[in-house]
Design a protein around this ligand. Structure first.
Ligand code: SF4
Ligand code: SF4
Length: 485
């Protein structure tokens, strides 16, 4: 029976001195997946601000976060500041999705999709391209400062800063019209916030992906610390098959008489040829043969490394592989466990709520507030007047012309001041100060319910009804011909 090493995490002091890591490059299935994700993520991130999109009010940017207009346009979806509820739902869904995936496949998000991993990967590629493979980089780091070393280290840091700057620049282009904003940035006419954002992201990207690297995953990321609470014996992790790898006598280098697998097995040695390749490719510098460690980001590069070695010596692949504790003990991995089912069900509920809410939400937000100070006034002609503030947000991509009328208040008159219609720009808002007047002879109750009808002249089916209340003091009800409340 095979067994994967899943020992407790090694203790690690936050004060311990950092050991520089020089990851070796590796080829293989998981490396190809990682590279494809990096290319896809970078293409989307850097090119999306340049994608144009046709909207009702003309061509625009496909994804733009317009702070001044307090609206986010994401393709055909427009989200306003008042739609923050949807953002909260989306974040709740994202958090649950992370718990769900972690319960099933461990830190797979860290290894393949996290920004820190993606950017560190690119920075390591740059380092490798400029300074060479791992032995050359170690030699360079240990060598005296020569012109060659200054050039190589300088070029590496320059390219890191360039990628970091482009990262900050691309991020900023999501917050304005990219073709205009980029000209403003390079002619120093952009708002100060744009400059500060680029500077901040340039520095943080450079430090996080270039200098701190695995330290971010190990010491700074809270997810690394609490993810173990989501692990159980069915969670799929990257694991070393210690029974197969160690045999009875342990691992051994492939000396002449220990190159054939049968010979090794006869002599009690395991399949691990102790080449160290799995350790050398690890971006966090750990030895997966020591068991599951919290520093492991499940990038699977050690699987590629070990499979390469197993191929080269003619042993079966999979000495290091994705596995679960249950599988290692001869059982099966059960993905459909109560915890993942509960996470999955809650996610489905949130997703349904989210899409139902987004697809059925109104293109306007209307709130009606009755003015309380004073609650009513008596006009010189004897009419009672109540005052209301109607706030309307136009969340559509087109301007709107709205008219307001009353329903359910016999004999009342509506006074909109100088206007009979309201024009509201796309994404704009307006507050109407509305007077409703009632002759005392029409007043039948102290509080009379009625409705404001707000309709869109440009779209006949856009009609919004808001309930409100008209107040008149009791003493005026007596003057009503109907008399009774
Ligand atoms: S141990 Fe393997 S899976 Fe874990 S971080 Fe290192 S290379 Fe990636
Ligand atoms: S790569 Fe495989 S064979 Fe080499 S040391 Fe690691 S586990 Fe052993």
């Amino acid at each position: 029976m095979s067994e994967v090493a899943t020992s407790q995490p090694e203790s690690s002091s936050a004060q311990q001195q950092r050991i520089p890591i020089y990851p070796r490059s590796v080829k293989g299935f998981y490396r190809r997946i990682k590279s494809s994700i990096v290319i896809l993520a970078y293409s989307v991130y850097f090119l999306l601000p340049w994608l144009r999109w046709d909207r009702e009010n003309g061509p625009s940017q496909a994804v733009i976060f317009d702070i001044n207009a307090r609206r986010f346009d994401i393709f055909d979806l427009t989200i306003y500041a008042q739609d923050i509820f949807w953002l909260a739902l989306f974040l709740a869904f994202a958090a649950l999705f992370l718990f769900f995936i972690t319960g099933i496949a461990g830190r797979v998000f860290c290894g393949y999709f996290c920004f820190q991993t993606l950017w560190t990967d690119v920075f390591m590629h740059i380092e490798h391209w400029v300074q060479g493979e791992r032995p050359a980089r170690i030699r360079l780091a240990k060598s005296k400062w020569t012109a060659e070393k200054i050039f190589k280290i300088g070029l590496t840091h320059f390219l890191w800063l360039l990628v970091a700057f482009l990262t900050g620049l691309a991020f900023t282009l999501y917050w304005g019209n990219a073709p205009d904003l980029i000209v403003d940035i390079f002619t120093f006419n952009a708002p100060l916030a744009a400059g500060v954002t680029i500077l901040f992201l340039t520095l943080t990207t450079y430090v996080m992906a270039g200098i701190a690297r695995e330290q971010v995953c190990t010491y700074m990321c809270p997810y690394a610390r609490f993810q173990s609470a989501m692990f159980d014996s069915d969670t799929i992790i990257v694991a070393y098959d210690s029974v197969r790898g160690e045999g009875k006598k342990g691992r051994h280098k492939p000396s002449k008489e220990l190159i054939k697998r049968e010979n090794r097995q006869q002599q009690g040695y395991g399949d691990c040829v102790d080449c160290g390749y799995c350790v050398q490719v690890c971006p966090t510098g750990i030895d997966i043969r020591n068991g599951l460690q919290y520093q492991c980001i499940t990038c699977a590069l050690c699987i590629d490394a070990c499979d390469t070695i197993m191929d080269s010596v003619g042993y079966p692949k999979g000495l290091i592989r994705y596995s679960s504790e249950n599988e290692a003990q001869g059982g099966k991995t059960n993905i459909f466990k109560p915890r993942t089912i509960v996470y999955g069900l809650v996610m489905v509920v949130i997703a349904v709520l989210f899409f139902w809410g987004l697809t059925t939400r109104s293109v306007v937000d209307i709130s009606v507030r009755q003015v309380r100070q004073p609650l009513f006034v008596m006009l010189s002609n004897g009419d009672i007047q109540n005052r209301y503030d109607i706030k309307i947000n136009n969340k559509a991509a087109k301007p709107m012309t709205l008219v307001v009328s009353l329903r359910g208040l016999q004999g009342a008159k509506l006074d909109l001041g100088r206007f009979d219609k309201v024009h509201i720009a796309a994404g704009g808002s307006s507050t109407l100060h509305v007077n409703v007047r009632m002759p005392t002879k029409e007043i039948t109750r102290e509080n009379q319910d009625f409705e404001f009808i707000i309709s869109n002249l440009n779209k006949k089916d856009n009609l919004w009804i808001h309930e409100s209340n008209f107040f008149a003091p009791k003493k005026y009800i007596k003057q009503s011909p109907q008399g009774a409340q």
